[in-house]
Write a protein that binds this ligand. Structure first.
Ligand code: ARG
Length: 464
């Protein structure tokens, strides 16, 4: 091979690598439907404004629908040389309808085009994730309805603290998912503005009507400053943050499911469908599914930090760096979509071991605080005095190898001189269920309050 042949090959290879490096079509093809929708709206507006003839507009619309068909049926051939989804669609359109296709890009730049496509995608996904969250909240509510009297140790520092009911614990998560829903909702509202018509960065001399495209695409109104509109990716950062926060909640309940399904706890058993076996230890049933939910949370944080970092040093307006905004968002969206689906099923199908939860409540003197509270309320004792008396009762229980809720009235009276005549109703106060129900303050764990919380959530869901 001659030297010049060699150089030619090197040049070709370099060009190819460069094209591959520069191109986004292999991932931004995800935006094909938004791109086509945006182009239909844009060409419709150009026609309304007398910039495009009716024949050209009709040809463009029909051609775009054909391109859409080809993509959806798998006939469309995506090529690196088209660089991105916008060029790929336009060049195929021009192939199909001829010169009219070349008029589509009048008064538009890929900068406002990509900002519009991506925003449409984020908006659509915010709506569908909201729907999924509603389903998850619904599932937490329906499982809760069966467990408003099921005792479970309420913990702080992962140590037994006070008896609560299992529904109350699940409803804590339902409330987190409710806030997540509201975050997607407020982001949607804040970002529902159309960048289309911003053109490259400074607007356009053509007599366009941005209200028209904004309306056609379901936006509230056009964005105000073209320069901001082509370089802003706050909307993408918001969905990444909203997904990360939701996944953090998914991860926390998953962590609890892993703990609760351990031999030491045995509070819940994953349904067989959602547990896996070990390839070497035949006796094992592993909580791979909640573990994976917990693990997948990591990549959603990564995607958020990654885009924040891409954006931090960018001068106005558009810079190619922004092309790096998409893959992380696609990945986070896919991650949360599958995770919420799986979490929903896991919660729906888990087996709750009521007896084990109840047994666990008898460890750790969960109702000890109730004795102190009783002495304060009924005997007007200073809390600190009551606290020390209660310590003696706990010591008595320990010496008898019992839980405080299992002591007889005599055993209680013998624990400390100051309560030798205590009313025998105290036994009832130390009962675990009464202890749970005693916490009847608004937002508390009593069955009554828990039922109220279910009603509040149900009412909220009704209006969503
Ligand atoms: N593929 C590009 C992106 O995702 C589209 C915008 C390109 N605009 C440009 N002037 N190079 O950001």
């Amino acid at each position: 091979m001659s030297n010049s042949d060699n150089n030619q090959i090197l040049k070709n290879t370099n060009a190819q690598i460069l094209d591959e490096f520069n191109a986004s079509v292999m991932f931004d093809k995800e935006l094909y439907s938004q791109d086509i929708k945006g182009s239909i709206a844009h060409s419709q507006m150009l026609f309304e404004q007398g910039i495009l003839s009716k024949e050209d507009k009709d040809a463009i619309h029909n051609g775009l629908l054909q391109v859409k068909d080809e993509i959806e049926s798998g006939k469309f051939e995506f090529k690196i040389e088209h660089e991105d989804i916008h060029m790929a669609v336009e060049s195929r359109l021009t192939q199909i309808i001829g010169d009219a296709g070349k008029r589509l890009h009048t008064a538009r730049s890929r900068n406002d085009q990509v900002a519009t496509d991506f925003r449409l995608y984020v908006q659509e996904k915010s709506l569908s994730i909201k729907e999924q969250l509603k389903e998850v909240i619904n599932t937490f509510i329906s499982v809760s309805q069966n467990h408003t009297t099921t005792l479970i140790p309420g913990m702080t520092h992962l140590q037994h603290a006070q008896p609560i009911n299992f529904a109350y614990h699940l409803l804590a998560y339902a409330n987190m998912f409710k806030r997540d829903y509201e975050r997607f909702e407020s982001s949607y509202e804040r970002n529902n503005y159309s960048p289309l018509g911003s053109a490259a960065l400074a607007g356009t001399p053509h007599n366009i009507n941005r209200e028209s495209t904004s309306k056609q695409l379901g936006f509230t109104s056009p964005t105000i400053n073209a320069m901001d509109s082509v370089s802003d990716r706050d909307f993408a950062l918001e969905i990444l943050f909203n997904i990360s926060t939701t996944m953090m909640h998914v991860s926390r309940i998953s962590e609890e499911l892993v703990t609760w399904s351990s031999y030491e706890f045995q509070f819940v058993k994953m349904s067989d469908e959602y547990a896996t076996t070990s390839s070497i230890m035949p006796q094992k049933k592993n909580p791979d599914v909640p573990e994976l939910l917990r693990g997948k949370t990591g990549r959603t944080y990564g995607n958020l930090i990654s885009l924040l970092t891409v954006m931090k040093g960018l001068p106005l307006a558009y810079n190619k760096d922004t092309q790096e905004d998409k893959e992380g968002v696609f990945d986070s969206v896919k991650t949360i979509e599958i995770s919420l689906k799986i979490l929903n099923e896991v919660i729906k199908t888990m087996h709750v071991n009521i007896d084990r939860m109840n047994e666990a409540c008898k460890i750790g003197h969960l109702s000890a605080t109730d004795l102190a509270d009783y002495l304060v309320q009924k005997q007007n004792m200073p809390f600190r005095t009551a606290y020390y008396i209660t310590k003696d009762v706990v010591a008595m229980a320990n010496s008898l190898n019992k839980d405080i809720s299992e002591l007889s009235i005599d055993e209680i009276r013998n624990s400390n001189e100051q309560i030798k005549d205590i009313n025998d109703e105290i036994v009832m106060y130390l009962d675990l269920k009464s202890s749970m129900n005693a916490r009847n303050s608004f937002g508390g764990t009593s069955t009554k309050q828990t039922e109220k919380q279910i009603e509040i959530l149900k009412d909220w869901l009704k209006n969503k």
